[in-house]
Ligand binder design. Structure first.
Ligand code: FAD
Length: 312
């Protein structure tokens, strides 16, 4: 059998794409390395614009039924702010995406398992404990893998690599990994960084991944099985989306993740100035409402200089 789609990696990206494409009637083989989704600190918070993407994908109700719950208000604590004053002015979180009460939180292993089960229920052949041995790309793509002690080779019109930062599919395709130099590390329970990620200071990896799933699945659904999909609009949107989110993350990191007297004083001045001029916080609005929800200038040098020099 030749599948319409082989997806390597059954995390958020791979399992959601498998579920959506199987629901659309395509034949899907989903190959996941782990036998149990490990309980590691991972994405547990989906921004309002990411929640809107789960709705568009038809996955929202499934996530809520699996225990997903909304946060409806947010308090920013900082050494420059009096906690009582901060608590007196919480940010309501239902204002960022229409019909979305706020970010959706769900435990990461439960999240992955729910999507994996949804893919299987929709008719995808969903396998766990798979070791991928080789990926052949080109005119007749195939994946050779070990499952339950036997070697198999499966063919498909398209192979999707959703196997995280160390992606074997990416390596087989000869695509270089682009990585930024870390600006800071989170210590304690939150250590590391993410696949399909931006700076974890924003916690947007899940929303980025759901947007990817929606755009890729839309293109695939509108492509006749076996025909060459045109991913150019997706690539263009993604490049601009990531440029904007990276600019917002760099700014947020510079503001919130630097220490010492000068940085503390800059934060204090910023909070004061932003209370009087909400346009200073537009990059933060984009984190919640989506990078396209604010003008492009917000991600440029002028806005950055305004924020970092606020009140000076
Ligand atoms: C500490 C931390 C905190 C985070 N917090 C947030 C947050 O609050 N909000 C948010 O939006 N994002 C957050 N993220 C980011 C988010 O977790 C990721 O963006 C998201 O998990 C990416 O999903 P993915 O499916 O692309 O990749 P992954 O989650 O990496 O999934 C890849 C899957 O592929 C499987 N796999 C790997 N290799 C193979 C192989 N060779 N064959 C088959 N399967 C394979 C893996 O087992 C895994 O299931 C956080 C990340 C980290 C590390």
């Amino acid at each position: 059998m030749i599948y319409d789609l082989i997806i390597v990696g059954g995390g958020i990206g791979g399992a959601s794409l498998a579920a959506v494409m199987a629901q659309a009637g395509r034949s899907v083989l989903l190959l996941e390395l782990s036998t149990v989704y490990e309980d590691r600190v991972r994405g547990e918070w989906i921004a309002p614009w990411g929640v809107a993407e789960t709705r568009r994908l038809g996955l929202y109700d499934t996530l809520v039924a699996a225990g997903g719950h909304h946060l409806t208000s947010h308090v920013t604590y900082d050494e420059t702010r009096d906690p009582a004053e901060a608590e007196a002015t919480p940010l309501p979180l239902g204002i960022f995406a229409e019909g979305v009460p706020g970010p959706l939180c769900i435990r990461h292993p439960v999240h992955c398992q729910t999507l994996f089960d949804a893919a299987a229920a929709a008719g995808a052949q969903a396998l766990r404990g798979v070791t991928v041995q080789s990926v052949e790309l080109g005119a007749s793509p195939s994946v050779t893998y070990l499952h339950e002690g036997a070697e198999h080779t499966a063919r498909a019109a398209l192979v999707v690599g959703a196997d995280g930062r160390q992606s074997s599919v990416r390596r087989a395709a000869g695509i270089a990994l682009t990585q930024d130099k870390p600006h800071h590390w989170f210590a304690g329970l939150l250590v590391g960084d993410a696949a399909g990620w931006n700076d974890p200071i924003l916690g947007l990896g899940l929303s980025i991944t759901y947007r990817d799933t929606r755009l890729v699945s839309d293109i695939l659904k509108h492509t006749t099985p076996g025909a060459q999909p045109d991913f150019r609009p997706y690539a263009e949107e993604r490049a601009e989306r990531m440029r904007r989110l990276k600019a917002a993350a760099d700014l947020q990191a510079g503001l919130d993740m630097e220490f010492g007297d000068a940085a503390r004083e800059r934060r204090r001045r910023y909070h004061e100035a932003a209370a009087a001029d909400p346009t200073l916080g537009m990059h933060g609005f984009a984190v919640m409402a989506g990078p396209e929800a604010v003008p492009a200038e917000v991600f440029g040098a002028e806005h950055r200089a305004r924020v970092l020099g606020a009140g000076a």
